[in-house]
Design a protein around this ligand. Sequence first.
Ligand code: SF4
Length: 144
Amino acid sequence: MSADDPLAQLLNWLQPAWQRDALCREHPDVNFFPERGESPIPARAICARCTVRTECLQAALDGDELGVWGGTTRQNRDAGELDPPLKITAGTRYTKTERLRIALEMRAAGHNRWKIARTIGSSPAAVKNLLHRHDTAERERLAS
Ligand code: SF4
């Protein structure tokens, strides 16, 4: 279904206006419906800088939805935790890709490397190195 498809246009027109600004639409590779044992942090890190977080959270509450909405998991919403801190939970282990994604999202949201380090269970120096390596690789990629 392409953007020029009449059905796609109709579906786009029928969706609530706030969903057009949903930041998760730009991250189709991130899982907003983590299964048991999978981390919701990568999705929640994206929600943290989404401009329609409030509308999204309300829709999840109204619709009794599953998954990550408005920076909360279903478990958060059931517990009435509607603004849970973005922090690592004991025992959570992240892959290198997840650590980089979380670090990039948190940096974009204005968090410093100390807070990023606490979130991903790393040190501020390691976060600095991680982001530096990423930025260097990006510069080289753009220059080539
Ligand atoms: S708050 Fe999160 S789930 Fe909701 S629209 Fe924004 S990015 Fe998507």
